[in-house]
Design a protein around this ligand. Structure first.
Ligand code: SF4
Ligand code: SF4
Length: 441
């Protein structure tokens, strides 16, 4: 069989910079090499490592991984013009083009896609596993809400045509965003500065009052709202999410779903989240049934980070070097979850609990994301930010936007090396090498 390949990203006519992330699938014959070219310049060879079930369905005899996701660096080529990005198969006698994208080359940072802006470090809850507010947390003192100086310092990133920010988390990293009295004004300002991006909100649900629901649904930019649960029963909810009341959050979530339905809308997507821990994983089936009854769009879960004093050893996931001591029971519980019949329009958003690579970067998209915390410190993710609270030597911020401009922080050697290393599937820090998200979970 001759080699086949397809470039999924970049898209046709997309703007790219010196580093291009190329994603797609390829089936290689034994005698051919697959090269990635820009015009006639060979940039690298295709190296599939992802199991793509969509591809294997079309080619049932193929058992090897077919998906690839890799970065190539471009030597100097003329700016502002269209160039051909191709995958070609080369053997001793000929060269064939298997896939082609026309790309516009310029001074773009096309790797960065997601910005998370911390709106609040205040919270009315003290969840068991929270690295900022639980009894075991080492919470640093600092500012409590995002004021105008912080928001204004982020805007240059959002309006700079060099970047392609497509998703904005106008949320809180370890706090309740709706406790910031300026939440709606800040979000509108951010969204109008970057109108191509979709905005998401994570909330503990306690401030989803009638007037906040109206304001949230009036904000056209908000495309997804996620309410945290971490339990399926009142007893466990109130034990884990200390300060929260089960009846209140259920009532608020129902009101949000009801008001969106009354408006005849499908957007924002309404999801729930469950941090899966040894302490609560047995409750996953009852959580799924309860949320399905309420009619949320996506019943979500995420692995506990299992890296802080507040959640250490709480993870139920396996690591490449060890199987979790609750693995058998976990699999039984997950089987029970998969057997639940969900109503039409309701889906599960569960992570993997065993190492599974679906992308070059971690499942938190640590190479595509920039996070600005409430003090202006810039990190690739909340795991590193949270370990900074605990004084971990590798958990330093990349810079601070209240002291330096964000463009120079993003272009710094430290940040660029972090992102490139991750996209080359190497752990950029000792934290990543112990993080479940690094292994695709
Ligand atoms: S709601 Fe979020 S920020 Fe508040 S205590 Fe719980 S985990 Fe922490
Ligand atoms: S793998 Fe690294 S970048 Fe990704 S979430 Fe974990 S610590 Fe953050």
């Amino acid at each position: 069989m001759n080699s086949l390949a397809q470039i999924d990203e970049p898209l046709d006519l997309e703007e790219v910079g010196k580093i291009i992330r190329v994603k797609g699938w390829a089936i290689k014959s034994d005698t051919e090499t697959l090269g990635i070219y820009l015009d006639d310049i060979l940039l690298g060879t295709v190296d599939p490592f992802i199991d793509r079930t969509d591809v294997s369905k079309g080619f049932p005899g193929i058992s090897k991984p077919t998906g690839f996701d890799q970065v190539v660096s471009v030597p100097e080529v003329p700016d502002g013009r269209l160039h051909s990005l191709t995958i070609r198969s080369d053997d001793d006698h000929s060269s064939r083009t298997l896939s082609l994208r026309r790309v516009k080359y310029g001074d773009f940072d096309s790797l960065l896609r997601i910005a998370v802006i911390d709106m609040s470090r205040m919270c009315n809850f003290h969840c068991e596993m929270c690295p900022a507010h639980s009894s075991k947390a080492n919470h640093r003192s600092g500012r409590l809400i995002a004021d105008q100086s912080l928001i204004n310092a982020v805007l240059p990133l959002l309006k700079n045509p060099r970047y392609r920010i497509r998703r904005i988390g106008a949320s809180a990293i370890w706090g309740e965003p709706l406790m910031n009295p300026m939440y709606f004004q800040n979000t509108e300002k951010i969204a109008s500065t970057c109108p191509e991006a979709s905005v998401s909100l994570y909330t503990n649900g306690s401030f989803l009052t009638e007037s906040n629901i109206t304001r949230l649904l009036d904000l056209e930019c908000t495309k997804s709202i996620t309410v945290s649960f971490d339990a399926g029963t009142k007893e466990n909810y109130e034990r884990i999410r200390k300060g929260g009341r089960w009846e209140t959050v259920i009532r608020n979530l129902s009101a949000l779903i009801g008001e969106r339905r009354r408006r005849g809308k499908k957007i924002p997507t309404i999801s729930t989240n469950f941090v899966v821990m040894k302490d609560n994983f047995r409750e996953l089936p009852v959580y799924v049934k309860r949320m399905a009854d309420l009619g949320v769009d996506v019943i979500g879960a995420v692995n506990a980070h299992s890296l802080y004093s507040s959640d250490m050893d709480q993870g139920v996931f396996d690591m490449p070097w060890r199987t979790n001591d609750v693995a058998e029971e976990r699999e039984r519980v997950l089987q029970e979850v998969r057997a639940i019949e969900l109503p039409p329009g309701v889906s599960l958003g569960f992570p993997s609990f065993v190492p599974t690579r679906k992308s070059a970067e971690c499942s938190f998209e640590g190479a595509s994301r920039v996070l600005v915390d409430i003090d202006g410190d810039v990190y690739p993710c909340c795991v590193i930010q949270s370990l900074n609270y605990e004084g971990h030597p590798d958990a330093r911020p990349m810079g601070n936007i209240l002291k330096e401009n964000i463009e120079s922080i993003l272009a710094s050697r430290q940040f660029t090396d972090f992102r490139l290393k991750m996209l080359q599937r190497e752990a950029p820090t000792s934290i990543c090498s112990r993080c479940p998200f690094f292994y695709g979970m």
